[in-house]
Ligand binder design. Structure first.
Ligand SMILES: Cc1cc2nc3c(=O)[nH]c(=O)nc-3n(C[C@H](O)[C@H](O)[C@H](O)COP(=O)(O)OP(=O)(O)OC[C@H]3O[C@@H](n4cnc5c(N)ncnc54)[C@H](O)[C@@H]3O)c2cc1C
Length: 393
């Protein structure tokens, strides 16, 4: 029996474990190691600041999402010895593997920007989302600055979603006229993908939200309440919501598997970590040129699982991830659109509508019984070119 060890039981780790356990049955022993006993549905945090989601409903026991034949080990991986195929844990010594799947995700690192942690809000964790809820409940009008303080960050659409939803929230509270809103982005546009940016820019204009590009946050002055950029610009604020820079897991950098930011150098098709035949990566932990999103992990899982199975069974088939990502974008006013794209097809989103907003809500509510168990289809975008047609992509 081959030993497959998965580090991280989030979206990518849980899905890979469940797919492998269904397909390999008695051919492999599958273990998930996670430092937390809880699986968190992070997309729900978007709604917490507005009081539209209870954070307690975004958490389940890890083991409740895993097939019975998967071993769940509660511990933290502190070192990976790729020569000996061993993972050292904080409390239980070493665990050996034949195949290793790195699904350790990403985390916010506000300490990278002086002053940000002291005075900046965000909603990328339970406590932070609740603090932001308190701040917006106390807000009586003034200057609001929202946006991004570092790329890459998970769920690229989330800061825009928050901004649109906050604009709507302020209108409903009668505070919009008393509030000056600015959205800052370090990029030359408000969103990384040009077709999405082209669509979203007029929405910011229509809602009278200043669209400030080339704003690389350098520091925040908590006393003066001013955010400064590397480019030399400064914006005063009464309420600041910036998505902090992100980093990969410490165990990845401590083990010499990635540079200081912690993103694993991953083959964009096979999901193998470059330079290692028996190590694979999925989701936020990778350096792939796609969104750090649960949906990316969902679409990556089939290729990763297929390649491990091919290897175990000495089959020649190589499975490819096609870069598929599918993300809803809430635009406030009970409307949303959908970004659906892959390496060959840029997104071509529909006009925001009620149906897509409801689809997002439905997806959020049914997540616990669908995605981690591998019950959602992995349908490629139509009219797909084959990889041979696109030698340089
Ligand atoms: C506010 C918000 C909104 C979002 N909205 C969307 C959305 O609408 N659509 C979408 O697709 N995505 C969305 N995302 C992004 C999505 O949640 C992440 O991209 C997804 O969870 C990544 O999955 P993952 O498996 O790579 O990592 P995670 O799900 O973060 O799991 C990583 C796991 O690794 C464990 N771990 C880390 N280090 C160690 C270690 N050393 N030892 C043991 N265990 C370890 C952690 O405890 C964790 O359980 C959103 C995220 C946020 C914060």
């Amino acid at each position: 029996m081959k030993k497959i060890l998965i580090l991280g039981g989030g979206v990518g780790g849980a899905l890979v474990a469940n797919l492998l356990s269904k397909k390999l049955k008695k051919e492999a022993e599958i273990t998930i190691l996670d430092k937390s006993p809880k699986h968190i549905y992070q997309p729900g945090f978007l709604y917490v600041p507005f009081g539209w989601e209870n954070p307690d409903k975004l958490v389940r026991d890890q083991e409740s999402l895993l097939n019975k034949n998967i071993n769940f080990v509660l511990d933290e991986a502190v070192y990976i010895d790729t020569d000996k195929n061993l993972v050292t844990t904080k409390n239980r010594g070493d665990i050996g593997y034949d195949y290793l799947v790195l699904a350790t995700g990403s985390h916010v690192a506000p300490e990278q920007i002086p002053g940000l942690k002291e005075t900046g809000h965000h909603f990328y964790g339970r406590e932070q989302a609740l603090n932001l809820k308190q701040a917006i409940e106390n807000f009586k009008g003034g200057n609001v600055v929202t946006g991004i303080a570092g790329v890459p960050h998970k769920c690229p659409v989330a800061p825009l979603e928050f901004t649109f939803m906050f604009e709507w929230y302020l209108k409903r509270k009668g505070l919009r006229e008393k509030t000056n809103m600015s959205y800052v982005s370090p990029l030359p546009r408000c969103f990384s993908i040009p077709s999405v940016s082209d669509m979203v820019t007029p929405w910011l204009e229509e809602r009278n939200i200043n669209n400030i590009t080339f704003f690389n946050v350098e520091s925040v002055d908590p006393k003066a309440k001013i955010v400064h950029s590397i480019e030399g610009d400064s914006i005063p604020f009464d309420l600041l919501m910036l998505i902090p820079p992100h980093r990969g897991a410490k165990v990845i950098t401590d083990s010499g598997l990635a540079e200081s930011a912690g993103w694993l150098d991953t083959d964009r098709y096979t999901m193998r970590v470059n330079g290692y035949d028996n190590i694979f990566a999925i989701g936020d932990a990778t350096n792939l040129p796609v969104s750090k999103a649960g949906s990316s992990a969902h679409f990556q899982a089939d290729a990763l699982v297929g390649n491990i199975i091919s290897d175990i069974r000495n089959e020649k088939t190589v499975h490819h991830y096609d870069g598929h990502v599918m993300c809803f974008l809430e635009t406030g006013y009970n409307k949303a659109t959908l970004l659906n794209f892959d390496y060959n097809h840029p997104p071509n989103p529909a006009q925001p509508n009620y149906l897509l907003h409801m689809a997002k809500i439905l997806f959020n509510k049914t997540y616990w019984w669908t995605l981690p168990q591998g019950r959602l289809p992995n349908t490629p975008i139509k009219d797909k070119k084959s990889l041979q047609d696109c030698p340089d992509c």
